[in-house]
Design a protein around this ligand. Sequence first.
Ligand SMILES: Cc1cc2nc3c(=O)[nH]c(=O)nc-3n(C[C@H](O)[C@H](O)[C@H](O)COP(=O)(O)OP(=O)(O)OC[C@H]3O[C@@H](n4cnc5c(N)ncnc54)[C@H](O)[C@@H]3O)c2cc1C
Length: 441
Amino acid sequence: MIDREVELLAIGAGPSNLALAVALEELAPKDLAANSLIIERAAAVEWQPGLLLPWAKSQASFLKDLVTLRNPQSEFSFLNYLFTVGRLDDFINMASFTPYRQEISEYFKWVANSLSMVSLKLNCGCTAVEPRRNAHGRLTGWLTRLADGTTVSSRYLVIGTGRDQYVPPVFAGVPARHLVHSTQYRPLVAGLDKEYPYRVAVIGSAQSAAEMFRALQTDLPHSQIAWVMRSIGIGAYEKTKFTNELYYPSYVDDFFEGHPDGREQLLREMHRTNYSGIEPPFVEDLYCEVYLDRLTKQERKKIITMTDINAATATADEVTLQLADRRTGAVTELHRDLVFLGTGFVREMPALIRRLGDALGLDEIQANRQYRLILDEPSSAACYLQGVNDATHGIGDPLLSVVACRAGDIVHDILAHRDGMADGGGEAHSMEPLVSAGTRT
Ligand SMILES: Cc1cc2nc3c(=O)[nH]c(=O)nc-3n(C[C@H](O)[C@H](O)[C@H](O)COP(=O)(O)OP(=O)(O)OC[C@H]3O[C@@H](n4cnc5c(N)ncnc54)[C@H](O)[C@@H]3O)c2cc1C
């Protein structure tokens, strides 16, 4: 049974699909924009809420907002947001291109509230997506199953759910009461007793681990913090204005046209510009904090480098981490109340998309240049993937850098597809009766 039918359903109200909503309002005819729905499993529109820390700043220029790079005249720009809420003078006076993360998050919420045609539904998690077929087995749409047991049918689907969190296998047996992925940091810590002297470990050496390491010092001020990492120490992102050009939306074409070897080199050499490191000024701040800790002999913070975690076992009261020193081979134990994982995200496609790929019988999940999932069958439906196409669309794909232009690309492709003009697959929509939701007949 279908509970609701829309022409376009977008899953996830992060920046990718909010940019899509803006592009729909600005570029699509009213009958499409007004028949588009975004669903979001959270209770509010918030940007990366797990690490929405008061002092954390965006790493992208405010000009890489939801729309400016596509349409600098848009009313949905960050600058218009600042103007509308009366903070433009203050922001200019701060003289920074990188706003606080909480300010960008407020901007996203303002955009969501400013939409006049596209609808948004919060507290609405999707659990599965299935292909819909007509009586002849032809793919004609998608059936999206929601956490409350209802379904939404759509001809177009845009998946913008971010990536799945990565929990290293060694932690598989550790219960959730001892284990906190960075995506859950804020809500979890808010429920803890601030006065308790927790023994905590932070795992990983990149930005999210560093942010938790810093935040824990004020959020749990009496805790003993051990920061455990495999690397030789905390490194900074290695980027220059030259390599930053590879994050331009215009670079997507160059990357997409590249040979596999060329793409591989680009991703490998660009890795340290955004991963496995920390923003350079933050490295300085962290070092000062650790220095002060040693100077004042508080010794509450310990950084344990070149160390593998071989095992993690939990009892009712604590987790025991078995640490293996890569330099000496020595194995020791670390007993902790809580383990905070700054271990990032799974590199492969999110499980929701992989399951859809299985249902479609696809050997490989790939998007074309317009971010449309490549199907190996004729179809009058289309599905678009946002933020998970780094392998084909470049290092900027999961970042704010491309959201504005990508949203425009997707909307233009949908409009062409609707008219039967899209490259490789657009067909006029058949209104034949639908009989099945599930694998291909
Ligand atoms: C802590 C942190 C800081 C970052 N800082 C920056 C930065 O400064 N600059 C930058 O360019 N990039 C940054 N990034 C990268 C980040 O991925 C992008 O900025 C951006 O958030 C990607 O947008 P998105 O909409 O694709 O995904 P997300 O922002 O992850 O949004 C996905 C949305 O989908 C929702 N969702 C997920 N599953 C479901 C489901 N099954 N049903 C319904 N809704 C669902 C989620 O609740 C979420 O709201 C940061 C990432 C992290 C983790």
